[in-house]
Design a protein around this ligand. Sequence first.
Ligand code: ADP
Length: 405
Amino acid sequence: MQVSSEQPTSTEARLQLLLFVDERPSSRQQIQQIRRYLKQLQAEYPFELQIVNVGEQPYLAEHFKLVATPALIKIYPEPRQILAGSNLIEQLSNWWLRWQQSAEAQANLVAELAETSTKPKDLENLNNSGNYGTSNVAAIRSVADSVEVIRLSDEVFRLKREQERLLEQLQFKDRIIAMVAHDLRNPLTAVSIAVETLEAQFLSTKKGGFSASPALLTQLFKQARSQAKIIDRMIASLLQVTRGSSAELQIQPHKLDLIELYQDVEAHIQDRAFTKSQSIQTDLPNDLPAVYADRERVRQVLINLLDNAMKYTPEGGTIRISCLHRTTQKVQVSVCDTGPGIPEENYDRIFEERFRLKRDEAKDGYGIGLALCQRIIRAHYGQIWVDSAPNGGSCFHFTLPVYSL
Ligand code: ADP
């Protein structure tokens, strides 16, 4: 149970109170006043006080049916009483004397009971007899029960949340697997057509029949290769999902030359940029220091960011990749485009798993790419963020540590 107690819990405490607080700045002053007032009261008549933060334990507020905070609950002696509202201190000062009197009366009865029923048997008889002593025992128990109920509610709430999280994860995996299986058909059909055409060509040439132009053959090979890459990307997304979001990301960092890596990636993206008549500009200084990073992982980040830039930027747009030796310890890589940009209120959310902007829901994708990029960059102790390009497009930036001997 994560309630903070201002006094050690004691079964001897005559008066037990719970103070429910929240973290809204607007309540801060009122809460401070209540706590100060309770401190004064505690000096004149000691009681047990537990502070509960509603934000951390909303189910407790539900348990006590609270509709406003701050709220003060007298849980012992019974009956339970709730004080809330802007004049809480005033209400408390009105009730304070009566609460003390009922606590005293209760304490006297408990003492009497202890005197008259020295043997457990007698206590049991009293408990079953329905006389005044019964309510004492019941009241004492109810405090213990309240605390136990709080503990159990805490556990039930945690388990419910865990169950919801697991169910959601399972449903998400099912959905993605179904979507990827469906989406794989298109590039697979395209590869099959290209390969079958090439095979037919090969057989026809062998028999001395019609032979296609080298340009057509090149085009078919290119088609098969680019579709195979699309399939590869989809499978990578699928693997990422099935591994689950909590899986630890393993990286194997080495000395890495970012410019050489970009040249490798460029070959991967050029076809696509060409198809959309997009131009790719680079600003890669020759004296850029090497970084200490996992080549395959950083390759994945670059490909994801460039793929997105090409996907979300309309035909004829420009994609610009630049590197900057930002500090002695960091290199910054930026991928900017002339696409529709990201609304500022979503600058953080787009890095969440499964988050996609509503406007882009009709486009291919699963909302996983940027979340994966963030995990990779963070595993390198780097940062990744987005802002707007001067022309309104988006600029994704990430940093990596400089390699030092
Ligand atoms: P996906 O592209 O598969 O949807 P991502 O995680 O890569 O998933 O991106 C999340 C969302 O961020 C996208 O759905 C899109 O709405 C937005 N987004 C990402 N990159 C860009 C970009 N370069 N320009 C505009 N919007 C983008």
